[in-house]
Design a binder for this molecule. Structure first.
Ligand code: 5AD
Ligand code: SF4
Length: 436
């Protein structure tokens, strides 16, 4: 067997893509290793959404260059591939700056990896694939080799929204949905491999349109698969939250009461400059409708502070929106420039210390809401889907319907099952309980 090491940065979509690349290379004799030393192939599956992403990749490539040289001294060959959104954004710049890289492959071209490997092995030189072919990249691929209790399944990719701060429309291309047939086939395969929960992924997952199938209809079909007990989806855009999806949160018992619905800001001025195409009140009304359908739904969001032009009043509007909605948890970031995006050249960039102070205030508020939400579960009996053994000896870890991690001292035989747990206490990052 040859050794394959895949390093994954960034989002869940990348985690899914990494697993798919490993499945794709398995028939070529590659087995996954958990370290890059001595590997026959190393793939860096990169993410461009965070700051200085490209610089981090180049420094990692510097380390790998030495390992590649060591492998060559031993008479072997280490193939080096850069995949993901940095590959898409940087393209040829990567082979120019890091000639040790054999392959640069954008997110839409992973199905070409076997052919690229064959080329690199035969001829040497560099292979570069960063087109956006119309073809469905994973539909001709291998069935999943393995599955955890909770499995990712990509149903949609790309984004046409062009928020002015974001690189995704440039790196992942325009919105594209996989067909319901291929998704259902993969869902059944994952279920056969042990998946009990499916997390449907897409940059704009609620914009899913599979030839007339909405996301709600897809969830309904997936709910027919007996072994699948829980369905989640992420990430949604407020503008694509259709009535039938809202209704599904009441009607589809397998659809979990949890919704990641990024709002980014509570200020209408900032939302407009971000090109979000909705106001703070639009979002409030939407959440009200969702809560009418599913009163206990746990809401989560992403926030950006310090977007160009954001004033103290704008920031206050974000804090007010957070107080009005009440989040179970949320991610928050300081705005940072992405080359090529409209916001990066806007005048009135916000000073770093102002951004830091705003982020601190927002995160304190969000954390207090998270703790309040978690504490509200103490004393309750919750259905927990157990996923894996926990780090602490004798404990296993599972999740509530609201995605909260729960640690329980009990038999590992319960992994893969839903059991009732009485929640007893909360620590910083987890709930703890006993079987009820
Ligand atoms: N600066 C800060 N945060 C960003 N995000 C995306 N682009 C940027 C940027 N330029 C955040 C958004 C998005 C999440 C995945 O990352 O909040 O929802
Ligand atoms: Fe980026 Fe999401 Fe906006 Fe699309 S909707 S541009 S992925 S932030």
């Amino acid at each position: 067997m040859k050794k394959l090491f895949v390093k994954t940065y960034g989002c869940q979509m990348n985690a899914y893509d990494s697993a798919k690349m490993a499945d794709l290379l398995a028939p070529l004799g590659y087995a996954q290793a958990d370290a890059p030393e001595g590997a026959d192939m190393v793939i860096l599956n990169t993410c461009h959404i965070r700051e200085r992403a490209a610089e981090k990749v180049y420094s990692e490539l510097g380390r790998l260059k030495q390992m590649k040289a060591a492998k060559a001294r031993d008479g072997g060959k280490m193939l080096l591939a850069v995949a993901g959104c940095v590959a898409q954004a940087e393209g040829e710049e990567i082979v120019a700056r890091a000639p040790q890289v054999d392959m640069v492959v954008g997110p839409q071209s992973y199905h070409r990896l076997p052919e690229m490997i064959a080329r690199a092995a035969r001829a040497g030189g560099h292979a570069l694939e960063t087109d956006f072919p119309a073809l469905e990249k994973f539909d001709s691929l291998q069935p999943p080799q393995a599955s955890g209790v909770s499995a990712f399944l990509t149903v949609q990719e790309g984004c046409d929204k062009f928020c002015t701060f974001c690189v995704v429309p440039y790196t992942r291309g325009s919105e594209h949905s996989r067909s319901p047939e291929t998704i259902l086939t993969e869902a059944r395969q994952l279920a056969d491999k042990g998946a009990r929960e499916l997390v449907l992924l897409g940059q704009n997952v609620n914009a899913y349109d599979g030839g007339g199938w909405s996301l709600a209809k897809l969830c309904e079909a997936i709910a027919q698969i007996d072994q699948i007990e829980r369905i989640r989806y992420t990430t949604s855009h407020p503008r694509d939250m259709g009535d039938d999806l809202i209704a599904a949160h009441a009607d589809n018992p397998k659809l979990m009461p949890y919704l990641h619905l990024p709002v980014q800001s509570g200020s209408d001025t900032v939302l407009e400059a971000m090109n979000r195409q909705h106001t703070g009140d639009d979002y409030r009304r939407l959440v009200e409708r969702i809560r009418k359908s599913r009163p206990d739904i746990a809401m989560t969001s992403d926030f950006i502070v310090g977007f160009p032009g954001e004033s103290d009043t704008d920031f206050d509007a974000t804090m007010q929106l957070v107080r009005d909605i009440g989040y179970a948890t949320a991610f928050s970031f300081k705005y940072s420039k992405r080359p090529g995006t409209p916001a990066s050249t806007m005048r009135k960039q916000v000073a770093e210390d102002v951004k830091a102070a705003r982020l601190d205030a927002l995160q304190k508020l969000l954390l207090s809401q998270q703790y309040a939400f978690d504490d509200s579960q103490i004393g309750k009996i919750m259905p927990v889907l157990f996923e894996k053994v926990a780090r602490e000896e004798g404990q296993i870890m599972g999740r509530t319907p609201y995605l909260q991690p729960v640690h329980v001292k009990t038999d590992a035989a319960l992994i893969g099952q839903v059991a009732s747990v009485k929640i007893e206490k909360r620590t910083a990052n987890s709930l703890h309980g006993v079987l009820a």
